[in-house]
Design a protein around this ligand. Sequence first.
Ligand SMILES: C[S@@+](CC[C@H](N)C(=O)[O-])C[C@H]1O[C@@H](n2cnc3c(N)ncnc32)[C@H](O)[C@@H]1O
Length: 403
Amino acid sequence: MNTDQDKTAAAQPFEIFLVAAPGLESVLCAEARDRGFANPTAVKGGVTVTGGWPEVWRANLELRGATRVLARIASFRALHLAQLDKRARRVPWAEILRADVPVRVEASCKASRIYHAGAAAQRIERAIAEELGAPIVKAAPKPTGKKPAKDMEAEAEDTGAVQIAIQIKARIDDDLCTISVDSSGESLHKRGHKEAVNKAPMRETLAALFLRQCGYDGREPVVDPMCGSGTFVIEAAEIAAGLKPGRSRHFAFEQLANFDPALWQSLRAGGTSTAPAIRFHGSDRDAGAIAMSRANAERAGVTAWTEFTHHAISDLTPPEGPPGLVIVNPPYGARIGEGKSLIPLYHAMGQTLKARFAGWRVGIITNEAALAKATELPFEEGGVSVSNGGIRVTLYQTGVLGE
Ligand SMILES: C[S@@+](CC[C@H](N)C(=O)[O-])C[C@H]1O[C@@H](n2cnc3c(N)ncnc32)[C@H](O)[C@@H]1O
C-alpha cells in the first residue's frame, strides 16, 4: 500500500478485516477462501480479504466464523496530532457516514510518535463532527480494576446491548493511521435466533469454527450429547441446509451512507438452501436445556432436521444411519485444578463413546488437558486453543474411532 497518499475505500477494492477469536484465525481464513473472498490472509486477531462494500455486506451475511467485519476506509501517515487532524478531515466521511447517525471513535496507538489514544480519538471525532456534522457519542471508558479487559469485552457482548452508534476504529501503528468502520454492529455470534441460553453457551462463531476444524462440511450427521442451548446442533443443521448465518439480523452497515437496500436484498435472497437428508441430534440431562434447544432450533428454522432428547450421556446411543461427528463442550472447572471433580464424568463419556460410536469422529472442547485425558479417547496432537468467555479452551479431536 502506498502510505504517503491518503487512500480511501470509495471507489476501489480495499482491505476488509474479519475479526477472529485469537487462535482460530487460520480456520476463519479457510472459510473466507471457501466463500470466495479475494486474497484471504490470516493475521494476528483475524483475516484480511479485499473487496468493496458488497463484499463487506456478504462477509457479514455469509461467514460463520467472523466475530465482526471491519472496512478499512483510510490509511495515512500521521507523525503528530496536527497532521492527524488535517488528514482525518480529508477522509471522505460523507461518502460513508450519515450526518444523522451517531458515531463513536475508538483509537489505539502503538510504536508511534502519537502516543495518546484519547487525543487521537478526539481529533478524529472533531474531523467527523466538523466536516460531516454527525453526532459524536463518547467511547465507553476503558475497564479498570482487577478484571482483565478481555473478560469485560466478552461480558459486554453477552449482555445483548444493542449498538446505537457506528463505531470508527483508528489504529496508529508505527506512525501509520488506519481508519476502519465496524460494519457489523452487534457481534456476529448473535445470529438473531437464540433467545434462550443455558449456562456457559458456546458462541455460534466459535461453534462454527470448531465444526469446520473437525472437518464438518454439512454432509454427515452431528451428535452433541451435552447440547445445552443447542448451539453445535443448530449450527451444523444450518450449514447442511445452506442457510446464511446473518439472514435474520440487522447490521451496522445498514446505517451507512453507501448502503444499497436493493443490492442487499438480492444478496440476502441469493443462493439456494435445501432440506438436508441427514439429521442433527442433541441431548442433555437438563430438561430445561432441551426445551431451550428446541425453541432455538424453531426460531432458526431447523426443527425439521434436528432432534433434541432429554437424557444423560450414559444413555447415549448412535442415531440410525451413517456415522459422523460427535462434538461436545462438557462442563469445565472455572479455574485450573477445579476440574478434578469432573474426571469421572469425562471418563464415563469416553467409555460410552468408545463402546458405542465406532466409525464416528469425536471433538471435545475443554479447558484442562487432564479432563481430556480422562476420556481415554485417542486424541490427535495439537488441538486449536481459543479463549471462550475468558477461559482458554482447546479442541481435542480424534480420527475415526475403531471397533
Ligand atoms: C458447557 S454446557 C454446554 C453448552 C452448549 N455447548 C451450548 O452452546 O449451550 C454443558 C452441558 O452439559 C450438560 N451435562 C452435564 N453433565 C451431563 C451428563 N452427565 N449427561 C448429559 N448432559 C450433561 C449440562 O446440563 C450442560 O447443559
